[in-house]
Design a protein around this ligand. Sequence first.
Ligand code: AMP
Ligand code: MN
Ligand code: MN
Length: 357
Amino acid sequence: MNAVATALWAVYRSESFRFFRTAHQGGGYKMTASTFDEIRQVLREHQRFAILGHVRPDGDALGSQLALALSLQQLGKDVRVWNEDGILEKYSFLPRSELLTKPPATAEDVDVAIALDTAIQSRLGTVLAAIRSAKIWINIDHHLSNPGYGDMVIVDPSAPATGEIIFRLIKSQGLPLNHDIAENLYVAISTDTGSFQYPKTSARTFEIAAELVRVGSLDVGKISQQLYESHPRRRLELLRELLRTMRFEFGGRAASFSLTLKTAADLAVLPEDNEGLIDHLRAIRGVVVAVFFEELADGKVRVSMRSKDEAVDVCAICQKFGGGGHTLAAGARVRGSLAEVEGKVLEEIRGVLERKS
Ligand code: AMP
Ligand code: MN
Ligand code: MN
C-alpha cells in the first residue's frame, strides 16, 4: 500500500471505528468499518495469509475458512488455514478439507491474518500464539457481540452466516469462485441458518444459495445427507442421555439439559457430537429459551443458549458471563461446577423472562 493510501485508510478507519462503536452501543446493526474494496486491495498487495477460525468450529467457520483460502490460492497466494481443533471428522467431506490444520508449534510470520466467524479474538484459542507477526489483521464476522478487533473490520450482524459475507466479498471483487469454493460456502450458509430456517434467512440468502448451486453444479441432496444424515450412532446415544436430564422451568418457557464429563467419557463422544442437539429443546412448543450445559475438563462449564423471541436476547445474557454470540444463539464458558453454573445461569434467565412478562 502506498503512503497516501495508507494515510487515507487510517483516517477512514478511525471514523468508521467511531461509527462502529456508537452503532454497537446503540444496538444498531450496520457495523461495517471497512469496505470490500479495501479488503480486496490488501488481498492483492500481500502474499502470505493465515485464515483463522474459532475453537470448537462449526460449518460456518470451516466452510468460510476453506472457501476464502481456496479463492486466494487461485490467485497464487501462499495460504495457511488454521484452527485449534483442525478439521472435524464430520466435516472431512468438505472440498479440500485437508488444507485445514491445527496451528504449528513454532509461530510464523505472515503478511495478513484473517479471523473469520470469531466473535472475540480469544476464541481463536491456540491459533493466536501461532502468529508471530502479521502486518494486518482482518476481522470478518456476523456476531452482534463482536467488538471490532483488528485493523480492518467487516462485522455484519444482519448476515445469517459469515459464509454469506465471504460470498459477497468474492462476488463484488471478482475473486475466483469454483465448485470447491461454492460447496464450502453452501455448507457455511446451510449450517448457520439451520438449513435455511432461522429468522435471518432472507431472500438474499436464497439467492446466494441458488447462485452457489448453479455456479458449482452442487448436488444439494448429497451435501445435505453428508451434513444431516451421516451422524455417528453415539450422537443419538448422547441425545438419549441428555433427554434424561431434561428439565423445564418458569412455566415451561425455559428448557435445559446437561452433560457431565462422566457421561461424555462413558459414551466416548467427541465435542462435535453435540452440535445442534440443543435444537430439540428449542423445538418444544412454549419454550422460549433453551440451554445446554456441558461440563468441561478445565473447571468450566460450556453454556450454549438459544432463544425463539427477539425480546429475549441470549447474547446479552451470555455476555454477563463473559461470552457472546447472536440475539437468538449465544454461548459462554463459565467457571464453576455444573450445579453452580446451572443455578447462576437459570437465575439470570428467570430475571429476563420476568421482566418481559
Ligand atoms: P454454540 O451454542 O456453541 O453453537 O454458539 C452459539 C453462538 O454463540 C455461536 O455463534 C458462537 O460463535 C457464539 N459463542 C459461543 N460461545 C461463545 C463464547 N464463549 N464467547 C463468545 N461467543 C460465543
Ligand atoms: Mn461459528
Ligand atoms: Mn457463524
